[in-house]
Design a binder for this molecule. Structure first.
Ligand code: SAM
Length: 252
């Protein structure tokens, strides 16, 4: 059984309010990898699955020339409102309309688990220069955030949506598709949320789309109760690791 398709546009407002920037050191690491491989100070990068542009803006602030691309028009609309100097386009990894070798690198922040299919990876390789980097970045929970979310849903409505990252193994995906020098780097960190913010984070998960409209109030009450019990000085601390998996495009 596959995870339900991503429908982030339906929760774009919550996404905008609930999601946080990527770890500073992980971002520096990604930019350094791309600069080194391309031998350019300002490489041209496709940020695929860019959503509301959180990662795209961070790349831009790191002096990367970046194009943000997402299949969901509503996410792109929000991204465009932030910074008109960044180019955003609506596009699907399965139908990438860029010229061969157009980009020095491609990044996928919190997104690759939605498009690990062969067609998407072949398209990514097609638009990336030979020896260019494909970098896949994911935040993984190392604390109890997801457990509280799942248990709250289970207690409120007797149902836990399937995790999109179940069976997700980006190292394996990149090796299988013949990327070279596939490696993984991990950066530990944490994010602080007050109660309203952590409830917004919960509603920004794609899994929230699986909660029937009529039961959302009940689920929110359960989430509020369970996260309230975990607050310290009015804040919930979400511990995470940011994992960067990178590979070098080895195509001929
Ligand atoms: C969790 S969001 C990550 C957004 C952003 N990179 C961030 O870190 O905040 C995943 C994004 O991937 C997009 N997405 C999913 N499948 C896609 C595909 N096949 N092609 C392009 N974008 C896709 C979704 O629309 C969604 O905006």
């Amino acid at each position: 059984m596959n995870a339900p398709p991503s429908q982030f546009g339906r929760i774009a407002k919550e996404y905008e309010k609930g999601r946080r920037a990527y770890d500073f050191n992980a971002m520096e690491y990604v930019c350094a990898l791309i600069r080194k491989a391309s031998n350019k100070d300002h490489p041209l990068v496709l940020d695929l699955g860019c959503g509301t542009g959180i990662s795209t803006r961070q790349l831009y602030q790191n002096r990367i020339q970046v194009v943000g691309c997402d299949k969901d028009e509503k996410m792109i609309d929000v991204a465009r409102k932030h910074d008109s100097s960044i180019v955003y386009t609506v596009g699907d990894s399965q139908d990438l309309r860029f010229c061969k070798d157009y980009f020095d690198a491609v990044t996928a922040f919190g997104a690759f688990h939605w498009f690990t299919d062969v067609e998407s990876i072949v398209n990514i390789q097609h638009v990336t220069k030979r020896r260019g980097i494909f970098a896949v970045i994911n935040k993984n929970d190392t604390g109890d955030f997801r457990q509280i979310f799942d248990e709250s849903l289970n207690d409120a409505i007797g149902f836990v949506p399937r995790h999109a990252k179940l069976n997700y193994n980006p190292v394996k995906s990149l090796r299988e598709r013949l990327f070279a020098d596939v490696k993984e780097a991990t950066f530990d960190g944490f994010e602080m949320y007050d109660l309203d913010e952590v409830l917004m984070l919960c509603q920004s998960l794609n899994a929230w789309n699986s909660v029937p409209e009529g039961k959302r109030r009940k689920v929110l009450d359960e989430l509020r109760k369970n996260f309230s019990a975990r607050l310290r000085s009015e804040f919930y601390t979400r511990t995470i690791e940011t994992v960067v998996v990178s590979g070098v495009n080895n195509k001929r």
